[in-house]
Write a protein of this length. Structure first.
Length: 223
């Protein structure tokens, strides 16, 4: 049987929509804009990926959403849209943590390396999580204020995400490779969402809220 899943990423300044069939990418539409154009582009992108695949809304079997942390406004827009789709079509909702999705993209390029996924919050604050070379989590998701010694116990690693740019100069003497070419994308949800779909691992549409992760903690310099 064929299963079409729609994937939506709005947690950052990237607005991204992908369509998959049985866990494989069918089409993708996305834009990375400092203007945060989610409200204007999201529904258009949904229409575009469906048209490219020559299917209708009624052919969708589930929707996945990047669930945060990230931009408050972006998350709200994405959640509101997917709830409307799920209610209207009577299909399940799949929640994919934003950093897990970005890690899935980063791992394809940096296989076998430790990867720090870091999203910009504000000033020197970031949302981050670190995976080891065997893809196990070394540092759980947290919201941190960074300095030159932050995460030193995890060196060396590859830093991916828009939060890394602010640390390039501050961490320039450490064994860290910065890759700012990888952005959040709905593509990162495809495999993760299909696994959850097959396991019936869904969230309650009515009760679901994004993970804003508003609390911040400071990370001290390595002693």
């Amino acid at each position: 049987m064929n299963y079409y899943l729609l994937h939506i990423e709005t947690a950052t300044k990237v607005c991204s929509v992908a369509l998959s069939l049985n866990g494989n990418q069918v089409s993708i539409k996305e834009i990375n804009s400092d203007l945060y154009v989610h409200g204007e582009r999201l529904n258009l992108f949904i229409e575009d990926v469906l048209q490219e695949a020559k299917i209708e809304m009624q052919d969708l079997n589930a929707v996945s959403i990047s669930s945060g942390p990230g931009s408050y406004t972006g998350l709200r827009i994405g959640i509101s849209s997917v709830k409307g789709l799920c209610y209207g079509l009577g299909i399940p909702l799949i929640s994919i943590p934003t950093l897990d999705s970005l890690y899935a993209v980063g791992r394809e390029k940096h296989m076998g390396q430790s990867i720090c996924i870091m999203l910009d919050a504000r000033r020197m604050e970031v949302y981050s999580q670190i995976w080891s070379t065997n893809s196990s989590v070394m540092k759980q998701l947290s919201a941190d204020v960074l300095d030159e010694g932050s995460y030193a116990e995890f060196d060396p690693f590859v830093c991916v995400g828009d939060g890394c740019e602010k640390m390039i100069e501050i961490w320039n003497s450490r064994s860290i490779h910065f890759d700012n070419s990888i952005n959040p994308s709905a593509i990162g949800q495809i495999k993760l969402a299909f696994v959850k779909f097959l396991k019936n691992d869904f969230v309650n549409v009515a009760d679901f809220v994004p993970n804003y992760l508003k609390e911040f903690q400071s990370t001290s310099k390595s002693k």
